[in-house]
Write a protein that binds this ligand. Structure first.
Ligand code: FES
Length: 190
C-alpha cells in the first residue's frame, strides 16, 4: 500500500484542493506524491491513484507515461536530464550527455548507476534554448553546461553537495523535488 498513514493524509490534502466533481484534476500532484516515496511511480501507486480518483489505472498511466517528469522505472537519488534538442545539440549537448554518462557510470540504455545514485535522462527542449546546452538536475536548471561542468556537478553530488541552480530553488534529491512539485513542501528560496 502506497497511500497509507501520513501519506494518505497528504493525498487527502491534495484531493481537498479540488471540487468533488473535478477530483481527477488531482492526478498530477498525486503522481508527484507517489514519486516522492520511491523515486518512481510504481504499478501499485498507479492503481491506488486510480482508485482515489475513481478513474482507471490505464487513465492514470496515460498521464504518467506522457510527461517525462514522471519516472515509471527504477530511478537514482539524482536525476540528470540533458537536453539534446536542436539549440542544445548545436552547442555541444551530445558531449555533455556523454560526460554525464561517463561521470555517473550510467551505461547508455540503463536506468541507473550501479551505486543507485544517478539516472541520466535525454530530454527534449527544456525551454531555455538561449542558455544551451541546458541541463536539469532534480528539476533544477543549470545553464550553458560544458562537459567539464557536467563532471564537476556530478562530483559535487557524489560529495553530498546540492549544486546551486541558475534560477529557482535547489533540491537535494529527485524525491524531495517531487514532493515540492506535489505542493506539499515549502519551496526553499532561491
Ligand atoms: S533546445 Fe535545449 S533548451 Fe531548448
Amino acid at each position: 500500500m502506497v497511500f497509507e498513514g501520513p501519506l494518505r493524509a497528504d493525498a487527502d490534502s491534495i484531493l481537498a484542493r479540488y471540487p468533488e466533481d473535478h477530483r481527477r484534476s488531482a492526478v498530477m500532484p498525486l503522481l508527484y506524491l507517489a514519486q516522492s516515496v520511491e523515486g518512481s511511480v510504481t504499478r501499485e501507486a498507479l492503481r491506488e491513484i486510480g482508485a482515489l480518483l475513481q478513474i482507471t489505472t490505464a487513465e492514470v498511466e496515460a498521464v504518467a507515461s506522457f510527461y517525462t517528469m514522471y519516472r515509471l522505472r527504477p530511478t537514482g537519488t539524482h536525476v540528470i536530464s540533458v537536453c539534446t534538442n536542436l539549440a542544445c545539440k548545436l552547442r555541444g549537448a551530445e558531449a555533455v550527455f556523454e560526460a554525464a554518462h561517463e561521470a555517473t557510470g550510467v551505461a547508455h540504455g540503463a536506468e541507473l548507476s550501479d551505486d543507485g545514485l544517478f539516472t541520466v535522462h535525454e530530454e527534449e527542449c527544456l525551454g531555455v534554448c538561449d542558455f544551451a546546452p541546458a541541463v536539469q538536475i532534480n528539476f533544477c536548471s543549470h545553464d550553458t553546461v560544458s562537459p567539464e561542468r557536467m563532471r564537476e556537478l556530478v562530483a559535487g553530488l557524489r560529495a553530498g553537495e546540492v549544486p546551486s541552480p541558475a534560477r529557482g530553488p535547489a533540491f537535494d534529491s529527485f524525491k524531495a523535488a517531487s514532493r515540492a512539485l506535489a505542493g506539499l513542501e515549502e519551496v526553499p528560496s532561491a
